[in-house]
Structure formats: structure tokens, C-alpha cells
Design a protein around this ligand. Structure first.
Ligand code: VGL
Ligand code: ZN
Length: 209
């Protein structure tokens, strides 16, 4: 029997609300789905994240009278961008995009369910200390290397990549299977920060196939 593979594909937040027509649309968010589906078809293990907020979440601008989406506020754990209401638990916007080939996923990790703390990363909430459990799960399964794709490059992909590296996993970010929100240059900065932290940035056009 072949040794168990030590690599997993981690697909970040490919949900209706992050796609065109959704509450917090990432430009071209749905355009990466065919590429992600091909990656899923070739992956040994597939893991998905799902942004999963209770109604009235503190990261929603609507929870801060006088504030509007994309403002920033000081939260007990640091600066937090305020978002339009999105990915509310049980809503259609929180569902995976119907075109995503989600069937083979071995794990769906939900995040952002703490009403008072946002969670961009698949590993830690935005307080940077409350774990989601993903690190332990991956170590327990002998997974050492993660391929990342999904939405949004400059928020949930970025924080997941940085935390994965800090947790000792090798990280490949499939840049053209991600799309960013890009607030004030955040997309270029995210790519530079991930690379500086040790992530390998890869484009599918790099493949000979
Ligand atoms: C995300 C903002 C708020 C993301 C989630 O998936 O990148 N961004 N919640
Ligand atoms: Zn969110």
C-alpha cells in the first residue's frame, strides 16, 4: 500500500457571498472556480473553509451605529475592518457556490462563529490566539504541506497562509486560483507578505501541462 499522502488542498471561503451578486463580492470571485475544481480533482485530500457568522456579528458594520462597511474600528483584539453583513449562518450567502466541487471534501472548517471575534485565518481567530483546531487536525493526520486557493487573497487566504507557515506547514499559494478584495493595495502587499514569510506562489500557467 502506498504511504498516505502528506499534502492537502485547502480551499478558502468559496461561498456565494464572496462571489459576484453576493453581500461581500470579491471581484471575479467565481472565475476561479473551474481552476479550483481541477485542483480538487487532482488533490489527495481536500479541505474547505466556510466563513460562518451569527447574525449581528461584531465584524459587521451594521453592529456599529454610525459606521459604514470598509471602515476600521478598534476591537479588544486590535484593528478590525467592518464588513457588510455576510456569510450569516444558514443563509444562502453562506453556502458554498453551487459550482464548487465540494463533494470530495474530507473536512469543512467553519470560522467566525464567535459573535465578538472575527476569524480570517483557518487556524486562529483574529485575536491571534484562539485556535480553530485545524493545526491539530492536520498534524494528527500527518499532513505537512498545504496548497491554498480561494477567497479572498488579501484576507482569509493571507492569514491562513501566514498561520500555516507559523505552524510549521509548507505552503503553496495558487495565486491564479485566488482573488482579492484589494483595499488600498492590500492585494500586492498580501502576495509580498506571503512570499516573504516562506510561501511558494505558483500560477497554473507555470505548469507544463
Ligand atoms: C473574508 C472578509 C470578511 C474572506 C471573510 O474570506 O477573505 N473577508 N470575512
Ligand atoms: Zn467574514
Amino acid at each position: 500500500m502506498a504511504a498516505e499522502s502528506t499534502e492537502a488542498l485547502l480551499v478558502i471561503d468559496v461561498q456565494n457571498d464572496f462571489c459576484p451578486g453576493g453581500a461581500l463580492p470579491v471581484p471575479g470571485g467565481d472565475a476561479v472556480i473551474p481552476r479550483i475544481n481541477r485542483m480538487i480533482g487532482n488533490a489527495d485530500h481536500v479541505l474547505l473553509t466556510q466563513d460562518w457568522h451569527p447574525a449581528g456579528h461584531r465584524s459587521f458594520a451594521s453592529s456599529h451605529p454610525g459606521r459604514v462597511p470598509y471602515d476600521s474600528v478598534d476591537m479588544p483584539y486590535g484593528l478590525q475592518v467592518l464588513w457588510p453583513d455576510h456569510c450569516v449562518q444558514g443563509s444562502r450567502g453562506a453556502e458554498f457556490h453551487p459550482a464548487l466541487a465540494a463533494t470530495r471534501a474530507e473536512l469543512v472548517i467553519r470560522k467566525g462563529y464567535n459573535p465578538a471575534v472575527d476569524s480570517y485565518s483557518a487556524f486562529f481567530e483574529n485575536d491571534r490566539s484562539t485556535p480553530t483546531g485545524l493545526g491539530g487536525y492536520l498534524r494528527n493526520r500527518g499532513i505537512r504541506r498545504l496548497a491554498l486557493c480561494g477567497l479572498a487573497t488579501d484576507f482569509c487566504v493571507l492569514y491562513s497562509a501566514l498561520d500555516a507557515l507559523a505552524e510549521g506547514f509548507a505552503v503553496i499559494v495558487h495565486e491564479d486560483a485566488c482573488r482579492g478584495i484589494d483595499m488600498n493595495g492590500s492585494l500586492a502587499k498580501a502576495l509580498a507578505d506571503m512570499q516573504a514569510a516562506g510561501a511558494i506562489l505558483k500560477r497554473s500557467s507555470d505548469d507544463p501541462r
